[in-house]
Design a protein around this ligand. Structure first.
Ligand code: FAD
Length: 553
């Protein structure tokens, strides 16, 4: 089989030879290291690789080259090989300019010259980027293939499940792809059996549920122990951080999620404000790193498993799972975050998964290449969604009830949106109705100022508004505010019901709820900051408090 390619580009023959030599000495068994001495030559080589069906894992390019700058080459590389890792090689004196260029072209990294010793300054970066690439890359003839209808909610559910659980797969739309027909005909699959998931060994799951897919992929769904020191419900950033710290600090730790690791952050196309990632990081990449870290340190992870109820007996917490099983824990962390509320417009519920998507921009964007889509909402999640969709869709209309984005969206995203010609901002507007034949085809948009209404064609609606806390699985003794967010620590003292439920002589610990030993962190908690970093911080903090609680009982 052909090796995947690492391409090095530099107009300085000495630098080119040195990078090539260093890369070959470490990666030659697994990758073919090719080189080019100009942007134009590199682009030619990249096109040729594509025509031959070869895979390109990484391009490392010098910035200052006559004819074509490194960033230009790397931006064009993405059009041909969207997931190839792209690294800019730059002189120390040009780092500021390089960082600016990187932000604009969304590159993966910059390396400053010289990179000696490569063991410290080159290989760790390249290893890390290649790990990320490997996790996303799926060789042509290998892996999972999902065949279904674009407008089927079941197809969307399986796509979303595979993508959020970081399982690479190929999607074939049955009415468009000839490969889809070949697969279904060979396996005798009728339209009523779709979506169908084809495995490498030739076996097929027809109309599968996410749980069946998880089982078939060998993901564990049963807990290994009878009792845990800490059960973490919800594997978003807060839960993942708690799992990392819990496991590394010697607690028997179990992490559960009803869907997949990553939570809301996992659905983000690019998180630009998380410390330590100057070029931003995609939600799936951050999730991949965090779940690998938690499991390596000894945390057990089970998904999809939903917790539906909790009861406390003799200090032990008994969690009920949606499949009827029970788990026992000495302490519990509620890190179940928030979920989007259903949009109230007429007809919208009918098209969920058939053109109406809650979040999910990353999963569905490629299916809307060349089409006209709407993003509903003016927050950062909507801004990121719009930017991602704009890479594929012909037109992206951002619909907001307010007069602009300034009050609700970060400045950097507003800037990016303003510079993206196929994104159009529709202010003082609301979605009133969705119509179509089996899928979204038209929307009725109301003008808030003069109450007029227009009907426009649209292929999809991505909804990013209205969130609600996912706290319904907690018992009534866990006090919440009027919106359902969980009260913790000293905030509980002001709650009217607190003296009735809290029977300890001590005050609740910070992040402890009104039930001793049940903690809450991240977006589900009243007063949370709704940021990845704050959720991670609270998740890490909880583990100290769990130790404190366990010493008290
Ligand atoms: C599209 C998008 C982009 C964003 N971009 C940024 C950004 O750039 N920067 C930033 O700082 N913040 C960003 N945010 C906000 C940030 O992602 C959240 O603040 C953060 O994810 C909250 O983390 P959490 O762990 O508290 O909860 P969540 O991320 O909401 O995770 C909760 C998890 O709990 C699981 N769960 C829920 N109920 C149950 C149950 N009963 N049983 C088992 N599991 C359950 C869910 O499946 C989910 O995985 C973004 C949010 C979105 C939606």
């Amino acid at each position: 089989m052909n090796k995947s390619v690492l391409l090095v580009v530099d107009d300085d023959p000495q630098v080119l030879a040195a990078v090539r030599r260093d890369l070959r000495s470490k990666y030659r068994d697994a990758y073919a290291v090719l080189s080019a001495n100009s942007g134009a030559e590199a682009l030619e080589a990249i096109k040729e690789l594509k025509a031959r069906g070869s895979s390109l894992a990484m391009v490392i390019s010098d910035q200052r080259m006559p004819g074509m700058l490194g960033v230009e080459l790397l931006a064009q590389t993405r059009e041909i090989y969207p997931i190839a890792r792209r690294v800019l090689l730059t002189a120390y004196s040009e780092i500021d300019a390089a960082v600016r260029a990187i932000n604009e072209a969304h590159l993966d990294y910059y390396l400053s010259k010289p990179w000696d010793p490569p063991e410290e300054r080159l290989y760790p970066v390249v290893d890390d980027l290649l790990d990320g690439w490997q996790a996303e890359y799926l060789p042509e003839a290998k892996g999972l293939r999902l065949v279904g209808h674009q407008w089927s909610p079941q197809s969307h559910a399986i796509k979303d499940f595979l993508a959020s659980n970081l399982v690479p797969y190929r999607w074939f739309e049955v009415t468009r792809d000839t490969e889809a027909r070949r697969l279904t005909d060979a396996a005798g699959i009728e339209d009523a059996d779709l979506p169908a998931l084809f495995f490498e060994d030739g076996s097929v799951l027809r109309r599968p549920e996410p749980r069946q897919v998880a089982e078939r992929l060998g993901k564990p769904l049963s807990a290994a122990f009878d009792v845990y020191d800490l059960v973490i419900v919800g594997a978003g950033p807060a839960g993942l951080a708690a799992a990392v710290y819990g496991a590394s600090e010697g607690l028997q730790t179990l992490l559960l999620d009803r869907h997949s690791p990553g939570g809301q952050a996992g659905s983000s196309s690019r998180i630009e404000n998380y410390l330590g990632f100057p070029n931003g990081v995609s939600g799936s990449e951050l999730t991949r790193r965090a779940i690998t870290q938690a499991q390596r340190l000894g945390a057990e992870f089970l998904a999809p498993l939903e917790v539906t109820g909790t009861a406390v007996e003799g200090g032990y917490k008994h969690l009920t799972l949606a499949d009827g099983r029970n788990l026992v824990a000495r302490t519990v962390l509620a890190s179940t975050g928030m979920a989007y509320r259903e949009h109230p417009a007429a007809g919208i519920a009918e098209y969920a998964g058939a053109g109406v998507y809650y979040g999910a921009a990353v999963t569905e964007a490629p299916a809307f290449a060349g089409r006209r889509v709407l993003v509903v909402g003016g927050g950062n999640s909507a801004g990121q969604g719009a930017m991602y969709l704009a890479r594929y869709a012909k037109e992206v209309h951002v619909v907001v009830r307010r007069g602009g984005l300034r009050e609700t969206m970060s400045h950097y995203l507003i800037d990016q949106i303003e510079k993206t010609p196929n994104i159009h901002l529709r202010t003082f507007t609301e979605v009133q109705k969705v119509e179509g034949d089996g899928r979204v085809e038209r929307v009725a948009l109301g003008c808030i100022a003069d109450q007029t209404c227009i009907i426009e064609d649209a292929d999809a609606l991505f909804v990013f508004i209205g969130t609600r806390p996912r706290s319904e699985w907690l018992p009534p003794e866990v006090l919440r505010d009027a919106k359902g967010f969980v009260l913790t620590g000293r905030d509980l003292l002001a709650a009217e019901a607190f003296p009735r439920v809290w029977k300890e002589t001590r005050e609740p610990l910070p992040l402890e709820t009104s039930v001793p030993g049940v903690f809450a962190a991240g977006d589900v908690r009243a007063g949370a900051m709704n940021r990845v970093a704050s959720a991670v911080g609270e998740g890490a903090m909880v583990v100290r408090l769990v130790h404190e609680y366990l010493q008290l009982v």
